[in-house]
Write a protein that binds this ligand. Structure first.
Ligand SMILES: O=C(CO)[C@H](O)[C@H](O)COP(=O)(O)O
Length: 223
């Protein structure tokens, strides 16, 4: 047992029969999917909407019935991971590169719950590099703008040293900020920058965070 596993397994208690479930991305969500797959194999009836190709692959392997976001009218609940969470339950997401689809699925959901290990809870956001998804055509313009602002952007690369390409065919710039003093102001600035498709600041989008600890116990943080 580790913190991610503890949080992922605990989240299964939030799921009800017949629900449409947003399925996040990452190594913590893996444990939730594993627990969900066990229930589905026992005849539990749910439908999943994935936030990435990685999650679709896992869900298919585990025979979880799936739809795309455009095939459903609404999502009842989304279970997703996060890279950092502050006491207001704002967070940074996108370490796994799925921030655009994760935000779309979160915004389509009646309820959104994050599952994290205890190392992810922070007094202030910003130690984790903030991902910004950009149109490849304009990545240099956006990088230069963010660089002049002192946000220390770096282009995310894949294991071959090529630009990392998201599921929606965009690039990612990671901002090395150390501390984000005013997340709302930064989100607003990034929302209005030409060439930015989405950023990893998820503000006011989750109602509950399940924190898992290395000894296997969990704690729930509520809005
Ligand atoms: O935002 C994400 C992917 O885009 C993930 O939820 C986030 O990176 C946490 O991942 P992990 O559970 O592997 O630590």
């Amino acid at each position: 047992m580790n913190g991610k596993q503890a949080a992922g397994q605990k989240a299964i208690e939030e799921i009800r029969e017949g629900q449409i479930i947003g399925l996040g991305t990452g190594s913590t969500v893996y444990y939730f999917l594993e627990a969900l797959a066990t229930k589905v194999a026992d005849g539990f009836n749910v439908i999943g909407v994935a936030t990435s190709q990685k999650t679709i692959k896992l869900a298919n392997e585990w025979k979880i019935p799936m739809r795309t976001l455009s095939e459903v009218e609404k999502i009842d609940i989304t279970i997703d991971g996060a890279d950092e969470v502050d006491p207001q339950l704002n967070g940074i997401k996108g370490g796994g590169g799925a921030l655009l689809y994760e935000k779309l699925v979160a915004k389509s959901s009646s309820r959104c719950i994050w599952i994290v290990d205890s190392a992810k809870t922070k007094k202030q956001l910003g130690a984790f590099p903030l991902p910004v998804e950009v149109i490849p055509f304009g990545w240099k313009y956006v990088r230069n703008y963010l660089s002049e602002k002192g946000y220390a952007p770096t282009l995310r690369l894949d294991t071959d040293g090529h630009p990392y390409v998201t599921d929606a065919s965009h690039y990612i710039l990671d901002l090395h900020l150390n501390t984000i003093v005013n997340p709302e102001a930064l989100a607003n600035e990034l929302d209005h920058l030409t060439g930015v498709v989405e950023h990893g600041l998820f503000l006011g989008l989750t109602e509950k965070v399940i924190v898992g600890y290395p000894d296997g116990h969990t704690e729930t943080l509520n809005q």
